[in-house]
Write a protein that binds this ligand. Structure first.
Ligand code: GAP
Length: 513
């Protein structure tokens, strides 16, 4: 089996070779943790965004969209707590000169304990077979109990220390656990200190009158400050949601792992405004609803898990991640947070304006509570892309690389290929494209032997190849080849639209939710 590292390298090189993702400004050797989406990547990304928007906004009566500006009044970030609290605890290794997030070093250590427990459970499963009772084993097996207790204690202590801004204790924990620098193996650490993640910029021409601004580190605040505008102009009744997709910026310290952690990235967020006291009901609802949305894409239930937060962000009273099994292990894909009335109350306080809702049923004014769902579009891209990339050995012993993307997300839905570049076949192929392109993104390809063209479309994730041959001239039929099975059917040109539609329509995919 290929090593995780090799799989990941393969993902990165495939994304570049087939026009999905390029390093930003590569002619100048790139910019760390910033990437450009190329001709196929931009289509896949757009399709993921639309899949989210359809499910979140257009399929819900009580959720509307918004597109707020990236630049916002700087007081926004004071009120939201980002100026004071949007920090990462950093630690440097004095020997390797590498910089790390102290909390990530500790979490990685805790995850190793968890993995040890998982291994014990797996071994016991094999040993006991059908008679295995996992819950009982986890509760009673001495080793598993010890690993789990240790893991919990470490995470709880870290959460406490970070909550109390006790950075000395965070360092003490790293030392007590004897955590070494992954690069140098040394335990020669600096003190832990906080580093603010927001990018600053300036508004205005002259140095004296310029105003200090920030590039937004999350899209959510654009929703909060527009809460009352949307509620009033849309006559929205609580509970209701506001959704938006857009760029966010963070000066990430540990910015590795390709598009998993970027300095400029895109979020898809929804804030659901609810009655105070009812937030937990909505929080549980959205946790399940969001998992169902992910599962509808068919990447496999085993690739998702929930992770409930021990260490809560400054605005939350409950929070969970949906983690995905990326090529480098389970990591956060989406966050679901119960943000209380923290943000709206803070904006009331800093702006001096009321941000309240009159609940006619209760005959009462209040600041709503908020449940938020927040997923990274780039992380979704990586999850879908990496899981879909397969190397298959065929019956004749040859291999093929195929990108088995959920067809609803595929950048190109069909490629139309004339068998030869003469005898009127290209003209028919162009006519088929002219008809299909009103409904789908389709491509034309006449270069190389048809077998090679099939392979190229497999690597691009195109669900269908339509081949125009000499029989087409006679009877207006073509062959249609299915990417995943490589099966070919002879069909009428007039049936193509419905065949493709049936496979790629968003409705059919979202109905699986
Ligand atoms: N409004 C809440 C919020 O921003 P978050 O957990 O910091 O919460 C939400 O971010 C999601 O945004 C994450 O689950 C992740 O998918 C994505 N995300 C965060 N930082 C990112 C980064 N540096 N690069 C790519 N995606 C990121």
């Amino acid at each position: 089996m290929a090593k995780q590292e090799d799989i990941f390298k393969n993902v990165v090189s495939h994304a570049k070779e087939y026009g999905f993702i390029f390093p930003s400004s590569e002619v100048y050797d790139g910019l760390s943790a910033v990437y450009d989406y190329a001709q196929n990547g931009v289509e896949l990304k757009k399709n993921i965004r639309e899949y989210w928007w359809k499910a979140m906004v257009q399929m819900n009566d009580n959720i509307v969209g918004l597109d707020a500006a990236i630049l916002m009044h700087p007081t926004t970030w004071k009120a939201s707590g980002h100026v004071d609290a949007f920090n990462d605890p950093l630690i440097d290794n004095k020997d390797s000169k590498r910089r790390y997030r102290a909390d990530v070093l500790i979490e990685d250590y805790a995850e190793k304990l968890n993995q040890k427990a998982v291994k014990e459970i797996e071994k016991a499963k094999v040993r006991f077979g059908d008679a295995f009772n996992e819950a009982e084993f986890v509760a009673t097996n001495a080793r598993v109990v010890e690993y789990k207790a240790k893991e919990r204690a470490i995470l709880e202590r870290m959460a406490r220390s970070l909550g109390n801004e006790d950075l000395a204790d965070v360092k003490a924990l790293i030392e007590e656990l004897e955590i070494a620098c992954p690069e140098s193996g040394s335990r020669n650490w600096t003190e832990v200190r906080q580093f603010n993640l927001m990018f600053g910029t300036k508004l205005g021409a002259s140095a004296d009158s310029a105003m200090d601004l920030y590039l937004r580190p999350e899209t959510a605040q654009g929703i909060f400050v527009n809460f009352l505008n949307v509620q009033k102009s849309g006559r929205m009744k609580i509970p209701f949601g506001i959704a938006q997709t857009g760029k966010a910026f963070r000066n990430e310290i540990v910015a590795r792992q390709f598009i998993f952690r970027m300095r400029e990235f895109e979020q898809m967020e929804m804030q659901f405004f609810v009655r105070p006291g009812e937030e937990m009901k909505h929080y549980e609802f959205w946790k399940e609803a969001r998992l169902k949305w992910h599962l509808s894409l068919g990447l496999g239930r085993e690739n998702y898990r929930f992770h409930d937060h021990e260490k809560l962000a400054h605005y939350a009273n409950a929070a969970a991640d949906i983690e995905f099994n990326f090529p480098f292990g389970f990591k956060e894909l989406e966050g679901i947070h119960s943000r209380t009335d923290f943000d709206l109350k803070a904006h009331e306080q800093y702006s001096g304006r009321k941000l309240q809702y009159f609940d006619a049923e209760l005959n009462q004014n209040y600041v709503p509570y908020v449940v938020e769902t927040s997923v990274g579009l780039d992380r979704m891209f990586l999850a879908v892309f990496a899981t879909s990339l397969k190397e298959e050995t065929l019956e004749d012993g040859s291999t093929r690389t195929v990108l088995k993307l959920p067809t609803v997300l595929a950048p190109t839905k069909a490629a139309v290929l004339p068998l030869v570049k003469k005898d009127g076949l290209p003209e028919i192929a162009h006519q088929i494209i002219a008809d299909l392109r009103w409904d789908f993104n389709v491509a034309y390809d006449e270069k190389d032997a048809v077998g090679r063209r099939y392979r190229r479309q497999d690597a691009l994730g195109t669900p269908f190849c339509i081949t125009v041959d000499h029989q087409t001239v006679e009877d207006q039929t073509v062959t249609i080849r299915h990417r995943d099975t490589m099966k070919q059917d002879r069909v009428k040109i007039t049936d193509l639209k419905s065949i493709i539609e049936n496979e790629v329509s968003m409705k059919n995919w979202l109905m699986k939710m």
